[in-house]
Design a binder for this molecule. Structure first.
Ligand SMILES: NC(=O)c1ccc[n+]([C@@H]2O[C@H](COP(=O)([O-])OP(=O)(O)OC[C@H]3O[C@@H](n4cnc5c(N)ncnc54)[C@H](O)[C@@H]3O)[C@@H](O)[C@H]2O)c1
Length: 589
């Protein structure tokens, strides 16, 4: 149905998932697999032409339809006479977008474009990725979620609510696309740094999946955004007469678990074992529990925990290439022991364990975390949430971050508490007095919540810090030298990671695949980047980076026996590239 992959021939056909579950035209309706007593959905497929072709975002090319196509497809008179190239359409659009001063207007204009002309939307996004990423994703998408009720026009994904209990499989069948390869799902409890936005969290899966296509080359029709509505504890939304979700407090416990169970079962039943389910912006507790529960039964991935861990580990590996030293020789101190902090800590411990062939229980001892109650230590064990327990080492109580820095003497300081301005001058100066090249990562978002600014990090360490952050900072001029801070953006990892899982037909996510992704990303940072202070490669090269990450992840899946697309392609990088979606218009007969 969809024009699909960049390459033609058998390779592209397989990449496009037609060999996968639910694939093949005979399967399109699900009828062939349904028994006589099962209910089916009477989907039909037709060839679009004339007015309907212009209203079909998958096939619409607008004023780029050629004279011949206009004749053949009954478009004469429906379009103005000039025939424009896709490049010219793109030039006009980016010019129009730049006229909007309010970021949300750009977001709405881009969503309109996506609904009107999908290929042009992706071409624009791919060609202007650095400029448009903050519009389709954080920070603008956050504002879009806050106002999602008034932005909502046409379905961009599926809403599944508590009211749909017992009917989730039927709902999945209402989605027009059959060959789904990636689902991004949220329950809206912790949208970016904005808290509980309930049903309005839909902007997140929609945005993440457009990045899957733009950066990782997944076909748009293979991506399904889903929001699970179990209520909201956001009082303002509950009182808002225009709120689009269930007007009740969040379901928890058994009721929540049963809905999620039904959802995960239905996903597997409808799309098979190889569909990737990415959990996004769930509240802290559910995020850990869902990942622990479904990682053994599904191809499940949590970007907030695992994607963050992988991108930060990549930054650390490349920072150590720049300053020298091995991972196992470092001491790590985190401020913030939630999804990001403990996820990163665990992956660092695992990488150290692999590198030094030491049990992970030992390597964890080099990593210390501070939460809102101070340093996490053994005497607090009883009262700690389970995901903090592995980090409770023997130490006397320490209350503040500054005292913790002085006591632990870290070489690497990582901020992941969501609380801004916590890397004070004293803290950063303490790091600078302990280390010739302190590695300081201020990961909290948005910019206002960053633990310190890039300028502060460079100034307070006399230009010695290796600094990266969660939100972008402009280059800093200090003592005549320009420092370019890196951004530990999850978008470096998850699109390529997902592509690697899909092209290998992986059936489970294994931590070794995350390590492979980190190493592949770190390998892309060059000595030229290091000279400027950058520990990540430039984002403009992201499609190539994604292909390299995908190849490494796929190679690991084959090595671990978790890949199901056999035989293994010889050149995985080329194969990954050949599978990537191309936004260039196709010619119609
Ligand atoms: N790629 C990235 O850079 C990236 C990725 C993911 C998350 N983040 C950012 O990291 C931050 C944390 O995200 P998360 O998903 O782990 O959130 P979370 O809610 O799961 O964890 C936050 C943790 O910080 C602790 N905390 C809160 N206030 C504190 C204080 N004053 N002092 C010490 N600890 C405190 C909490 O107890 C909790 O353990 C957010 O700002 C998020 O935007 C960045």
């Amino acid at each position: 149905m969809d024009g699909g992959g960049g390459g033609g021939g058998p390779v592209a056909a397989e990449c496009n998932g037609k060999a996968g579950p639910g694939g093949g035209m005979g399967d399109v309706y699900g009828e062939d697999r349904a028994t006589e007593d099962q209910l089916i959905t009477p989907w039909t497929v037709s060839v679009a032409s004339g007015y309907n072709l212009l209203r079909d975002p998958h096939h619409n090319k607008g004023s780029a339809f050629t004279e011949k196509e206009r004749d053949a497809h009954y478009l004469r008179g429906l379009l103005p006479p000039a025939v424009l190239s896709q490049e010219l359409q793109e030039k006009r659009l980016i010019h129009t977008l730049r006229q909007y001063e309010v970021p949300l207007q750009r977001y709405v204009a881009l969503m309109d474009l996506q609904e009107r002309n999908e290929k042009l939307f992706y071409k624009l996004l791919i060609d202007h990725v650095e400029e448009l990423l903050p519009v389709v994703y954080t920070p603008t998408v956050g504002e879009a979620c806050q106002k999602y009720g008034s932005i909502f026009r046409r379905p961009q994904g599926l809403f599944i609510s508590l009211k749909d209990k017992g009917k989730i499989l039927e709902i999945l069948k209402n989605w027009p696309e059959r060959n789904i390869q990636v689902i991004v799902v949220t329950d809206g409890e912790r949208i970016l740094g904005l808290g509980d936005l309930g049903c309005q969290g839909m902007g997140i899966p929609v945005g993440k999946l457009s990045l899957y296509t733009a950066l990782g080359g997944l076909r748009p029709s293979a991506c399904l955004p889903i929001t699970i509505d179990v209520g909201t504890n956001n009082e303002e939304l509950l009182k808002d007469e225009f709120y689009i979700g269930l007007r009740q407090k969040r379901a928890t416990g058994k009721e929540y678990a049963e809905l999620l169970d039904e959802f995960m079962d239905a996903v597997k039943q409808n799309y098979g074992e190889k569909v990737l389910v990415q959990f996004e912006d769930f509240g802290n507790r559910n995020a850990f529990e869902l990942l622990a529960k479904y990682r053994h039964t599904h191809l499940a991935f949590n970007d907030d925990i695992q994607g963050t861990a992988s991108v930060v580990l990549a930054g650390l590996i490349s920072a150590l290439r720049a300053v020298g030293g091995r991972l196992a020789e470092q001491r790590f101190l985190f401020l913030g022991a939630g999804e990001a902090g403990t996820g990163i800590a665990e992956l660092i411990a695992l990488e150290m364990s692999k590198q030094t062939k030491t049990p992970v229980e030992e390597t964890r001892k080099k990593i210390w975390l501070v939460d809102s109650k101070g340093l996490i230590i053994r005497s607090r064990l009883e009262s700690l949430q389970h995901f903090k327990k592995p980090w409770a080492h023997e130490h006397e109580p320490v209350k503040t971050l500054l005292e913790s820095v002085k006591a632990i003497k870290p070489t690497v300081l990582i901020g992941s508490s969501g609380v801004g301005k916590t890397f004070t001058k004293e803290v950063v100066e303490a790091m600078a007095s302990l280390n010739e090249k302190p590695i300081i990562l201020a990961l909290s978002n948005p910019t206002s919540q960053s633990e310190c600014t890039a300028e502060e990090a460079y100034t307070w360490t006399q230009g010695r810090a290796i600094f990266a952050s969660g939100s972008p900072f402009d280059p800093v001029n200090y003592n005549g030298k320009t420092y370019v801070p890196g951004q530990a953006n999850n978008a470096y990892i998850f699109p390529g990671f997902g592509l690697g899982l899909i092209i290998s037909g992986a059936i489970r996510v294994n931590d070794d695949m995350l390590l492979a992704a980190s190493e592949a990303l770190a390998a892309q940072a060059t000595p030229e980047n290091f000279k400027k202070g950058l520990i990540y490669p430039p984002f403009s090269n992201i499609r190539k980076i994604s292909a390299l990450i995908a190849a490494s992840v796929a190679a690991k899946a084959y090595e671990l026996g978790l890949a199901s697309h056999l035989p293994r392609p010889k050149d995985l990088v080329k194969y990954a590239e050949s599978c990537m979606y191309s936004p260039v218009y196709r010619n119609y007969r």
